[in-house]
Ligand binder design. Sequence first.
Ligand SMILES: Cc1cc2nc3c(=O)[nH]c(=O)nc-3n(C[C@H](O)[C@H](O)[C@H](O)COP(=O)(O)OP(=O)(O)OC[C@H]3O[C@@H](n4cnc5c(N)ncnc54)[C@H](O)[C@@H]3O)c2cc1C
Length: 428
Amino acid sequence: MKLSGKKGRVQCISEEILEKLSLTTRNKFLYYNLMSFLETKHLQFLKQAQNFFENFEENKNITHNEDFYEWIPELGRNGYLSRLHKFEEVDLNYEPYGMTAEFMRILAMDFFDPQLTMSTGATAICVNPILLHNEDVSIRLRAVKELITGEKIGAIVITEPERGSDAVRMQSTCEEQEDGSFLLNGEKIYQTNGSKAGWAVVYAVSEKNNGNTMAQFLVDTSLDGWTAERINIPWAPRMHIAKEYFTNLKIPPECVLGKPGEGRAHLFEGLNLERLTIVCLNVAEAWNAITHAVIYANMRKQFDKEILKYQGVGFPLSDLWAQTTSLTLATLNVCKIIDDKMEQLGTLPKDFNLALGTTASQLKFLSAKLSERVVYECANLMGGAGVCDNTLMHDLLGISRLQEIGGGTRQVQSHIMSSALRQLFKLL
Ligand SMILES: Cc1cc2nc3c(=O)[nH]c(=O)nc-3n(C[C@H](O)[C@H](O)[C@H](O)COP(=O)(O)OP(=O)(O)OC[C@H]3O[C@@H](n4cnc5c(N)ncnc54)[C@H](O)[C@@H]3O)c2cc1C
């Protein structure tokens, strides 16, 4: 009997149920749930991505205890590291592409491996500003291509030891030199992929604590002056999250994506899409947990009946399913609006982007909370099987607890939303 996917040290779940929890069966459950709502091209892409990961897992006999960074080149060669753009600039021409396609990529990859998916999200976010500000500069285009094809890993470097939520008032400095290069000095912390990254997008200020002097740089991490130490985040043990030190790190002029004064706007212009990709990740984690719990509760018997038939299990599971479906439909709607606007206008209009800021915060706030609750409750409904190491539930439990912190904390999202309520009131 073939047991694809996660294998624990001691088998706690019956052979029959473990087989049904395989990636192939879980993928079918997701597909049936989404098939009525997706356009054909997105449904086909979801299926294509699901098939890819099923074959990838089976051919490599993957147990999800491996170093997933070793898989990145193969995933990149097959076009599964980002679908946000077509990437014509680097001769890739992905189809389909855009926000909805990225959502599909994230769903399919998350069912395969949630920690890998969170890590590829950081690479995808790192690519956005380089692509947007490539200005046909060859080193920038090379960085985009290497990141998208998986030759190198990416990190986005904002947070500092003393500046977390208060990200704009940075302490890391950049000092312009006569030849147009910059010297970077300072420390950063909690960067996803930081200790694995080949390319990084780094923010620093020319005057400490003054966000208006912020600049944005593309950094080749093999340069002298860049050091990264891996931090131990026990809830995501396979991910590399790091603390970085810059010591007279010299950035050549062609890698200055935004000069002092431009960095702050560059940081905020990408934030909406970044938050929305985190929303997709959160929704994917919730679906993955629900899928495990639905399959398990339909097969596990206690007191001679499948546990789904007890109201104590079936009703709360239905409730989690309803909430996750609703959030998925809301996310799909926002993705479609963005894709339509991009198709019609080639860019997002300023007013729309402003409104999207609040929407992205609302969805990030709700989806992070939902993901954490759904994963925990699904694990709980599965009893011991939900918390042992035989399935991806344990990976999901850890990672869904991080989502309210990364990408702007829950409290910061609340702050953004309540400020928007004040602005709206002033319009009345
Ligand atoms: C897994 C993970 C991955 C990450 N990946 C990246 C990455 O790739 N790149 C990157 O640059 N950063 C990354 N981060 C950093 C992340 O963005 C920060 O941790 C986050 O912004 C919070 O900063 P902090 O940890 O310093 O907490 P603090 O800002 O010190 O916050 C501590 C507490 O105070 C609350 N708080 C702070 N200010 C306010 C306020 N005004 N009102 C109400 N409450 C407030 C916060 O909500 C939080 O509960 C990551 C973090 C994690 C955990």
